[in-house]
Design a protein around this ligand. Structure first.
Ligand code: DC
Length: 223
């Protein structure tokens, strides 16, 4: 394996994407948000009005779609869906789609290919355990459920004023439950991951602490 791989996992709202993006920018590495891939597929399922019960049609779509990252955008079948994948309907359905073993197999394969021979920061739920089990460094970011809901609420409030905090909290709890209990690669901490509880920490503090570990590891590696 060549390239330096950094895996960042954790539950919804733990700050993974924001932090992973900043780490990748500082190191000039590729950044891959694997949650965005599950979201892009979910958005297309909704757009095509496929029922989430229709697992065969969903698998067929997953097998036949091309998901790419171009600059800061996510593209599915040549359509840019960067903003669309954050809508409420996608938030509500994405965990169900991410539970389907065949869908995971297809997306995990794509993720492994993207990471091959690249310097990369990849975030998700199963990166350190399934996608990149041999990653050079693995981090598991957590935060209390209230703190994670507060972050999501603040983020969503800038776009929608009528959002209700308790609804966001409930949604995060529901997603945690599905992500942690699904049969196929549930959200889990890899044994060799460094855990960072981000409750009460700001983004810069977490980024700095990860960068110190990365720079130490880079000194010892041949990259
Ligand atoms: O990180 P996020 O909220 O954008 O993730 C969206 C959903 O996709 C979430 O319910 C968990 C799922 N997911 C997953 O199962 N595996 C990944 N590697 C990334 C996300």
């Amino acid at each position: 394996m060549c390239g330096f791989q950094i895996a960042i996992d954790g539950p919804a709202g733990a700050g993974k994407s924001t932090i992973a993006k900043k780490i990748a920018a500082k190191l000039n590495y590729i950044y891959i948000d694997t949650g965005a891939m599950y979201r892009a597929l979910t958005y297309t399922i909704l757009e095509k009005k496929i029922s989430i019960e229709n697992v065969d049609a969903i698998i067929n779509l997953a097998e036949n779609c091309v998901i790419e990252f171009r600059n800061k955008d996510i593209i599915i079948n040549n359509k840019k869906v960067t903003e669309e994948i954050r809508i409420q309907q996608v938030n509500e359905k994405v965990s169900y789609i991410a539970q389907i073993a065949e869908v995971r197999k297809i997306l995990v394969n794509t993720q492994k290919k993207i990471a091959l021979n690249n310097n990369i920061v990849m975030d998700g739920r199963d990166i350190g355990t399934i996608v990149l089990p041999k990653a050079n460094l693995k981090f598991f970011l957590t935060a209390s459920v209230k703190e994670r809901a507060k972050r999501r609420y603040n983020e969503m409030k800038t776009k929608n004023n009528s959002i209700d905090f308790n609804k966001v909290l409930e949604e995060i709890r529901k997603r945690d439950k599905i992500d942690e209990n699904r049969k196929c690669s549930p959200l889990a901490r890899a044994d060799d991951a460094v855990t960072i509880d981000t409750t009460g920490l700001n983004i810069a503090e977490v980024v700095d602490s990860i960068l110190i570990t990365v720079k130490d590891a880079l000194k010892d590696s041949s990259v």
